[in-house]
Write a protein that binds this ligand. Sequence first.
Ligand code: FES
Ligand SMILES: [Fe+2]
Length: 349
Amino acid sequence: MAAQQPLYLKNIWYLAMYGGNLKKGKLLSKEILGEKIVFGRDKTGKPFAMKDNCPHRGVPLSYGWFDGDHIQCCYHGWKFDTDGICREIPALAPDSSINVCKIRTQSYPCREINKTIWIYFPEKKSAFEPKVQPPDLLLNAPENFRHVETVILPCNIDHSVIGLIDPAHVTFVHQSWFWRSSKSLRIKEKKFEPTPMGFKMSRHKPSSNSKGYKVLNGHTSTEINFEIPGNRIEHISVGEKNKIISITTLTPLNENETELNQFFYSSLNIVNFIWWPLKKLGKTFIGQDLDVFNKLKEGLQKNPKLLLVGDPDTQARWYYDLKKQWQQAQEDNTPFTNRLNPQILHWVT
Ligand code: FES
Ligand SMILES: [Fe+2]
């Protein structure tokens, strides 16, 4: 029998945080994949990440001092550069023969892309070179960062992802079913195709019964990309020239909590009148998801057996397949190839 699949994928990038949260010269501690990580931004503005434990006696390095080049531990003053290499042990006599540079704390590859900071988790702690590139956010130059919403979902990464790509909950969670007559339910047909690390719902006109797009007042089309470990990128074209891009990322904090970030980018001018209603709608949707996730958490306490049924749950099954294939590729040390086939799915929402 196949070994149980691990909850977290490794050798892959996770969103760490919105870049604006990491100030120059400041340290920020955060749990990701159950590990405590200290993030910082050096003098030149480059972000870095390392294990938030001093290798000497384990005090979190985030309690130390950071001068923009080195972190100094608050306990015995050991100094580390932003690659995690020890550069100074103040208590050692000057003629000590100890090579302090041999001491290091685990550091993690860290990159900033369009105001988002990403961290790479290697399978082997000694591997410093990422095997894959951070995700392509599919943004073009005029598409500027507008806004970010952050919430913590009280569930593990798997439940959070399948909640994110689940079309069937929309009717009941994001629209009040009691005032939506069943007449407004439509059968939807969506075309899907594989992408290097996931799948995409091909560009289509949003259905006339979806409230989110109504704000945009016609002339819209949308394309939705999903890729492991849990990133959803939606490109909405508004009229001929403009785009709104909504990027939702899921970062496992630990086995019980997953951070959701939703970033908005747009080529539309910020004063454009549609911006505020859109932002408010995004907030409302996330609040509705959070509400149902709190109920889900209650239901999952006794670990019940669950079902994934038919086309509405097909994307969830694809997610588990992708995870399995990714895991296998890491074990075999072979490049990951996506084996999903193009498919048309139908559901009623
Ligand atoms: S615990 Fe960090 S220097 Fe001793
Ligand atoms: Fe939702």
